[in-house]
Design a binder for this molecule. Structure first.
Ligand SMILES: [Zn+2]
Ligand SMILES: [Zn+2]
Length: 80
């Protein structure tokens, strides 16, 4: 199966590095909940961020028919 690669996320949290591709989330508080607490980071534009292709799904966001758990289906991970 030859899945298309996903576009790189447009935004990323400056604290937990969670990616997002919702433009309206930019400059808003991160909505990720970790251990029952909402992340206090802010979503910043990731246009100039460096992204690494997810090794598990090769930027397709899927492993077989399942969403890739490694990158939560985004296909990309922020380069850290
Ligand atoms: Zn966050
Ligand atoms: Zn992945």
């Amino acid at each position: 199966m030859d899945l298309a690669k996903k576009p790189k996320p447009s935004g990323v949290c400056n604290l937990c590095n969670a990616p997002t591709d919702r433009r309206e989330a930019l400059n808003q508080r991160c909505s990720l909940v970790v251990n029952g607490r909402r992340c206090s980071g802010t979503i910043k534009s990731a246009v100039n961020a460096l992204w690494d292709e997810c090794e598990s799904c090769h930027a397709t966001g899927k492993v077989g028919t399942q969403e890739c758990t490694e990158c939560k289906g985004f296909g990309w991970k922020i380069y850290a």
